[in-house]
Write a protein that binds this ligand. Sequence first.
Ligand SMILES: [Zn+2]
Length: 398
Amino acid sequence: MRELGIIEDGAVLVAEGKIVAVGTTDEVAKHQSLTSKPAHVKEIDCRGKAVLPGFVDSHTHPVFTAPRLIDFEKRITGASYEEIAEAGGGIHSSLRGVRDATCSKLAEHVRKALDEMALQGTTTVEAKSGYGLSFAAEMKSLEAIREASHQWAGTVIPTLLGAHVVAPEYRDDPEQYLGIICEDMIPAAAKLRLAAFVDVFCERGAFTMEQSVRILHRASDNNLGVRAHVCQLTPAKLAPLVEFHPASLDHLDFVSDEDISVLAKLDTVATLLPAANYFLGLETFPPARRLIDSGVPVALATDYNPGTAPTPSMTLVMSVACTHMKMSPAEAIVAATYNGACALHLRDRKGSLEPGKDADIAIFEALDYRELAYWFGTNRCRETLLKGVHQTGAQISR
Ligand SMILES: [Zn+2]
């Protein structure tokens, strides 16, 4: 996780959305396609800049319509979850917004979030549904993700999170809601190819381990990938989830040493989401050091969502990971790029600058890679290439 493969005075040659060559400027200048037809080449001068693979934000919840300002203000005064809900905040306010919105309105919100992410160096985004919590509203959310992804030059990986919490109508009969997830949502998402993954919030107050296992079973039966939110607020044994070979297990604030040893033997990525800890004002952060030192691959993601992590910034997450989780700046970069790609089963296409991979490139105002996690509260990303398509500053060209 510490090897960045830095090339001083480097260059990247891109054609038709793919990386063709990577090396020193001298090496790349000798590439056959440059010597034979140089007139077609557009050059981006990156002198004095750090050029990285675009960030892979492997955990976001972008389908919502409004910020949760009641939660924000109430939480500062020490209000409880129940008091926030009574004041009209909480997940149910997002739920109303999503259920009432049209698909194109939701897509517009998602698209704005994707654009904002790209301006900060992110080129691949995993996007979850999960604020609809009915068959119709979850399908609409996934369709909005699809619509937004068609309007964006980057790559979006859609995930069904119908199992975010039990829908309020079924609070007294969670079994019935579980039936809707397993018998309606998952088969439909698979059939319509609206999701690549199924996610579940396995936590006190959301879904039990036994319920989570049933949901992931159904996902596997429908040939969808699986991932889970787990150990965010309370400890849980990971063994039942690990059976499904999840691409990623996310949060893991309360993961046990025993389970860390198990994860170290697997391909499953531990995706850590410290922006949520920061925003909730928690004193503890996910145990990155214990995981990395035990050999578990760690990814970092924003957890972009209206309740607990309203940030599109991967560099902010990297900064928090360095200052509060003691990850090194190099580990933070690997976690935000290559390991994020692994967490989405995209390591062949994303996460590093190598010939044959997608031309997803972020150009930062920095003389040293350590500056990425060092500056915070600012955006030093100057240009982003999404599969070769250029995005700069305030203007978006495609
Ligand atoms: Zn999440």
